[in-house]
Design a protein around this ligand. Structure first.
Ligand SMILES: [Zn+2]
Length: 194
């Protein structure tokens, strides 16, 4: 899937989880903002194994780094696209958040961490709908996909993704926001603290 689809899927996943577990405990505004950022980073993080990923394209010598890291991670759709990779990257993300905590005292890092993980999981779920599939159970070298028959799956970046998948996720996001609007208002009105 392309980055735009992953961005949208990540925020949709976050909103779904938020309304599912609401009411949330009191959150600092800083937590919410950083959580959204972490969610979007989580949504594209698995593709750091791809030299052409937007993450690397935006860095000055990102192409070279991207190729190097990509090789180290076993090439595209390998370690970072598996449950083991999810645990590893979740662990690293937690270390980073603990390290950054002193300079962002109002950020409740546990919620930020969950937002990152939700982004990553949404990435793996979305990639499962593509022809390549996802090696969920590495080191078992099988790529899983949905539907199981490869020919019914989506080709990344082609018409179906742009004209069906992307609008469909948008509709889900809009509908969830509309149906659970009172919960979202409650979150902003009563759960956000200074
Ligand atoms: Zn991917």
């Amino acid at each position: 899937m392309i980055a735009r689809t992953h961005d949208l899927a990540a925020i949709t996943g976050l909103v779904i989880v938020v309304v599912a577990v609401s009411p949330l405990p009191p959150l600092h505004l800083a937590t919410i903002l950083v959580a959204v950022l972490a969610n979007q980073l989580g949504g594209i993080a698995p593709d750091i194994d791809q030299p052409t990923a937007p993450f690397w394209r935006n860095l000055p010598v990102g192409g070279i780094f991207g190729r190097f890291i990509g090789k180290m991670l076993g090439g595209h759709r390998f370690l970072t696209h598996s449950l083991i990779g999810l645990v590893l990257m979740g662990f690293l993300a937690h270390l980073l958040l603990v390290f950054l905590q002193p300079i962002m005292p109002h950020v409740q890092i546990d919620y930020v961490w969950w937002a990152f993980i939700i982004g990553m999981v949404s990435h793996l779920i979305m990639d499962s709908f593509t022809k390549e599939g996802v090696p969920w159970l590495l080191p078992i070298p099988i790529k899983f996909g949905f539907p199981p028959l490869r020919k019914f799956r989506i080709t990344t970046g082609k018409g179906i993704e742009n004209f069906i998948v992307l609008p469909l996720i948008t509709v889900v996001l809009v509908v969830v926001c509309a149906v659970y609007y009172p919960d979202l208002v409650d979150l902003v009105r009563h759960r956000v603290i200074e």
